[in-house]
Ligand binder design. Structure first.
Ligand SMILES: C[S@@+](CC[C@H](N)C(=O)[O-])C[C@H]1O[C@@H](n2cnc3c(N)ncnc32)[C@H](O)[C@@H]1O
Length: 287
């Protein structure tokens, strides 16, 4: 792959999520079901309770932002941040529609948070940290944003072997693009933080103490493999970035191959694709 500067990488990721924003938002009901248990566990690890000030990093269309807002209640506050203004606008609209006035949004790169230091009781990031080319810097920014004694929690994908949907899609697309296999742990990529021990080490390097990690199964349930592929086509920008380079014939061939490999997860009750997440947490020591 051609090496790109961090700035080019960030521009590409911002553009990709601008384009996927509407698709991701329109799949909110399926995403909510997919991540409900993991999100509740993330809020528990970040020890989010009523009345707290919380920062939600890489908030996307705000599905977890709304859950957090309901937990902190009207006396609390949630600042939802994201690098893509387009997807963050959905967060803002969804919170307004839900009457959650305690939600505020701010466009901000996770690696350069535009917030005051020591302003938050808790910081969370659901499925966003792995897109940061420098995740330690993003964790340092979370640490800086927290009040002494505050807690952070992050959800990312675990190892490739526990996330066959991602590995199947990536392998099929790369084959049809005539490209060789990629390092699954390449920084900034979907599985980059799934390497055993890496996320814990990053948390410690960023200054967190009492670091914990756990694994959370998060099967994606939809009507069919075709419905999952529709989700990926409209919403999963990192995979579409590679697919976008294929000519229409290669795209069609890749689509058929993906569908065939994803059909194995069909059950009599519907389609259930396995995924596993890592939930990491840490504390900012009290002064
Ligand atoms: C998979 S979506 C997750 C959105 C949301 N947290 C959720 O779980 O529904 C990933 C999000 O990370 C955001 N993102 C990627 N790189 C980022 C960065 N460097 N800083 C802030 N947000 C970033 C994208 O714009 C996108 O909204």
């Amino acid at each position: 792959m051609t090496p790109v500067s961090t700035e080019e990488f960030k521009d590409a990721i911002r553009l990709a999520w601008d384009r996927s924003a509407s698709g991701w938002n329109s799949h909110t009901p399926a995403i909510h079901r997919w991540l409900a248990a993991a999100t509740a566990a993330m809020m528990d690890v970040a020890r989010i309770t009523e009345g707290m000030q919380v920062i939600d990093i890489a908030a996307g269309a705000g599905d977890q932002t709304l859950d957090i807002a309901r937990r902190v209640g009207a006396d609390g506050h949630v600042l939802a941040t994201d690098i893509s203004e387009t997807i963050l606008q959905f967060s803002k609209d969804n919170a307004q529609r839900a009457g959650l006035l305690q939600v505020e949004t701010r466009v901000s790169d996770a690696e350069d948070l535009k917030v005051q230091p020591a302003g938050f009781d808790a910081a969370v990031c659901r499925l966003g940290l792995m897109f940061c080319p420098d995740p330690v810097q993003a964790l340092r920014q979370m640490h800086r944003a927290l009040k002494p004694g505050g807690h952070a929690a992050v959800l990312v994908f675990s190892e490739p072997q526990h996330n066959p949907l991602i590995t199947i899609l990536m392998a099929t697309v790369l084959t049809h693009a005539g490209l060789g296999p990629r390092d699954p742990f390449q920084p900034g990529s979907l599985l980059s933080l799934g390497k055993p021990g890496l996320l814990e080490a990053h948390f410690r390097q960023a200054g967190f103490t009492a670091v914990t990690t756990s694994r959370i199964p998060a099967p994606f349930q939809l009507a069919s493999a075709r419905a999952y592929l529709d989700f990926v086509r409209t919403s999963a920008s990192p995979i579409m970035q590679i697919l976008g380079h294929l000519d229409p014939a290669a795209q069609e061939a890749a689509g058929a191959a993906k569908q065939e490999r994803l059909d194995v997860f069909q059950t009599p009750e519907g389609w259930e694709g396995p995924n596993e997440l890592l939930l990491a947490g840490g504390s900012k020591p009290a002064d």
